[in-house]
Structure formats: C-alpha cells, structure tokens
Design a protein around this ligand. Structure first.
Ligand code: SF4
Length: 113
C-alpha cells in the first residue's frame, strides 16, 4: 500500500466519521434551525461585527443550546471538525479550541508518540 493510498483511506474514514457525527446530531433533534441560524454565526464575513453585538448574539445562541437535546452530539461534532467560527453546543469556536487542548489524545486521532 502506497502512502498516497493510505492517506486516501484516512481521508475517507475521517469523512465517513464526520458524516456519522453530523447524522447523530440531527437525529438527536437540534433546538436550532433556519429561523435561528443568524444567531449562530457571524452575520457578514466581510463586515466586522462590533464586540457588543457579537457578545449579545453569542449569548442568545448559547441560551438556545442550553436545553438542546442534541448538545452532546453537537459537541462531539464540533470537537472533531474544530470550527473556526460560530456557536456549537453552547460554546464559541474559540472555546471549543481551548477545550480541545484539554482533551485526551486517546481516540482523537492525534499521535501520542
Ligand atoms: S447544541 Fe446548540 S448549536 Fe448544537 S444543535 Fe443544539 S442548538 Fe444547535
């Protein structure tokens, strides 16, 4: 098996895992939907969002996440995909990145040497 075919297999496995996590999240019944989508991401990627507006938007999104039945699945998806923006499972993308630093590398796909 060549390195390229190994990389392709890894890529396909990661893609399948991401799809499975996403399906589990939707199956769990997310509290967010198209009507609240604007709360979960920056409204315009080309226009800076004032800090106060961003904090209010994120707080409103987090309130929706609080009782969400899909929160655990959403967090699993976010920890795997490591989003660069938005609110996921009641956490901002930067909070998810910080949380990722404290995760055990076991099962995360990261090499532990
Ligand atoms: S936890 Fe929040 S972002 Fe995730 S599915 Fe539920 S409402 Fe949506």
């Amino acid at each position: 098996m060549t390195a390229l075919s190994t990389l392709r297999r890894v890529h396909l496995a990661q893609k399948a895992h991401r799809r499975a996590l996403r399906q589990a999240m939707f199956a769990a019944g997310p509290a967010c939907d198209d009507t609240t989508a604007d709360l979960f991401a920056t409204p315009d990627a080309f226009e800076p969002e004032p800090d106060t507006a961003r904090q209010e938007r994120e707080a409103a999104a987090k309130q929706i996440c609080e009782p969400c039945p899909a929160r655990a699945e959403c967090l699993a998806y976010a920890l795997f995909t490591r989003p660069t923006e938005g609110v996921w499972a009641g956490l901002t993308a930067s909070e998810i990145r910080a949380l990722s630093l404290y995760r055990s590398p076991v099962g995360s796909g990261q090499e532990v040497a």
